[in-house]
Design a binder for this molecule. Structure first.
Ligand SMILES: *Cc1c(COP(=O)(O)O)cnc(C)c1O
Length: 500
């Protein structure tokens, strides 16, 4: 396919600028040394270019997208409608607060709803992604220990089943990462955890349900061990889709949590963004939160006291409680992690989702996500061995070691075969503790009929792979590109177009 720069012809194309209606000023020196390369294409060519690009990708609107740990659920169109309202789009972050009270209310109410769902006391909506939230949450943990003069806490414990971003964020934050192995059952090995904690423990980062799709049965004991050692417990809430409205990280003993609005709360993952990774914390960490936090003001009393503020939470929409909202930096803030209020329109979409589902709909979505995953697991486990036999949460992990050994068909081959059926491959070779892993997360937004179709495809691929393993090595055959050199693409990406 041609690049946009290779299309069209110099001097042709749509006129983007209106005619000059002010006096022209001659500038002596040339403003730019080199000619500015802009595509010269007509609107028609432009439109076709993007349509062609769109046809080459697979999104949740194209078909089943069971990418484990990524919660590729359907993004309701009503979210987009809300986020397109001019009151949300035609504003500027530097506008005086009294002119954007509605927008501040969106931030405030979303914060409150997410605090209720997570069992936290305060939340920042500033971070732009899950990993960004992890980094922010770790800054809070660091600031907390520093504020107590406790400088020896330099280590973060991360189980080996963690998402790769966990150790990366801890290292970026200047912590030393202590990896502890999981037990046979896929859960944290308590003995190894007890051995790992000490006076140098800053905290633990835990994903729950974890990356093998299991809810850690010892969760309360885990957080107790960390707290007894003087550390803080960080909850990677990217997998919250399994438990939202059912159990809360705050009640499990966690002090900090991040959420992925672009997973659990149905906002688009986009092509790398914009996303949103809010971070919630318990009250004792609130003073360290980044950026500006909403504060309620009333005309008579100025800033409203915290306990009173809490009493106003969850007031029914429309009730005349939210008066003047303003924003203020927390007392010992770690500083801003993103400009202004984060990706505001993503928050509008997530709030729309929360309000559409309501108190009953939110836990129901999670229960259906768990049901769908268990349904698929049960219907496939006779052909595809599962890494763990327990009831799973929102996702499950199969291991194709036996198939690889017997007929030399790998998890990669099966994943690539799915592409020819219009199905996005599951997460492959992750978690690292499972060999030949395929991690499947169907989400609650798929119907029983779709699940049955996909189950039939998996079964057909299994039969075909046994009849003709070579064909499995060659899949996909019907896609725009065949197998790519993924290592080269990652190591030597071509990110710039070199003009002749
Ligand atoms: C997706 C994910 C993350 C990272 O979130 P991003 O928004 O991709 O940065 C962290 N932890 C877990 C368990 C995840 O699934």
């Amino acid at each position: 396919m041609k690049l946009i720069f290779e299309r069209g012809k110099d001097g042709q194309g749509c006129t983007l600028l209106p005619e000059c209606d002010v006096p022209e000023i001659a500038i002596d020196a040339p403003v730019r040394e080199k000619k500015l390369h802009l595509p010269h294409v007509s609107e028609n060519e432009l439109s076709r270019h993007y349509t062609e690009l769109a046809k080459q990708v697979h999104g949740v609107n194209d078909g089943f997208y069971p990418l484990g740990s990524c919660t590729m659920k359907y993004n309701p169109k009503v979210n987009e409608e809300a986020a397109a309202l001019p009151g949300f789009t035609k504003i500027h972050p530097l506008q005086p607060a009294h002119t954007v009270q509605g927008c501040l209310e969106v931030l405030k109410r979303t914060e409150e709803m997410l605090c209720e769902i997570t069992g936290m006391d305060a939340m920042t909506l500033q971070p732009a992604a899950g990993a960004h939230g992890e980094f922010t949450g770790l800054l809070l943990i660091k600031a907390y220990h520093d504020s107590r003069g406790d400088k020896k806490r330099t280590k973060i414990i991360v189980p080996d089943s963690a998402h790769g971003t966990n150790p990366a964020s801890a290292a970026m934050c200047g912590f030393q990462v202590i990896s502890i192995p999981s037990g046979e059952d896929g859960c944290v090995d308590l003995d190894r955890l007890r051995e790992a904690v000490g006076e140098d423990t800053a905290g633990l980062m835990l994903t729950n349900p974890n990356t093998v799709g299991l809810f850690d049965k010892n969760i309360l004991e885990i957080t107790a061990i960390i707290h007894e050692a003087g550390g803080l417990a960080y909850y990677d809430g990217a997998n919250l889709n399994a438990v939202m409205g059912v159990v809360r990280p705050g009640d499990m003993g966690f002090d900090v949590v991040h959420l992925n609005l672009h997973k659990t709360f149905s906002t688009p993952h986009g092509g790398g963004g914009p996303g949103s990774g809010p971070v919630g914390c318990k009250a004792f960490l609130k003073e360290f939160l980044p950026g500006l936090q909403p504060v309620l003001k009333s005309e008579e009393h100025g800033e409203i006291a915290e306990d009173e503020e809490r009493a106003l939470r969850f007031a029914v929409a429309g009730a005349p409680v939210l008066r003047e909202l303003a924003f203020a930096a927390p007392e010992h803030s770690v500083g801003s992690v993103k400009a202004f209020y984060g990706n505001f329109l993503v928050v509008v979409k997530a709030m729309t989702y929360l309000l559409m589902l309501g108190r009953e709909g939110i836990p129901e979505a999670s229960r259906n996500a768990v049901l769908n995953a268990n349904y698929m697991m049960e219907k496939l486990k006779d052909l595809y061995p599962m890494a763990y036999s327990e009831t799973c949460m929102h996702e499950f992990v199969m291991t194709l070691e036996k198939m690889k050994h017997e007929i030399d068909v790998s998890a990669m081959d099966i994943a690539k075969s799915l592409l020819d059926y219009g199905i996005h491959p599951p997460t492959m070779y992750f978690p690292l503790i499972v060999h030949e892993a395929l991690m499947i997360e169907p989400t609650e937004t798929e119907s029983r009929e779709t699940l049955d179709e996909v189950i039939a495809v998996f079964r057909e691929i299994y039969e075909k792979a046994h009849e003709n393993p070579q064909a499995a090595h060659e899949a996909p055959v019907g896609t725009y590109v065949r197998r790519l050199d993924e290592v080269r693409a990652a190591r030597k990406p071509i990110l710039r177009y070199e003009f002749q």
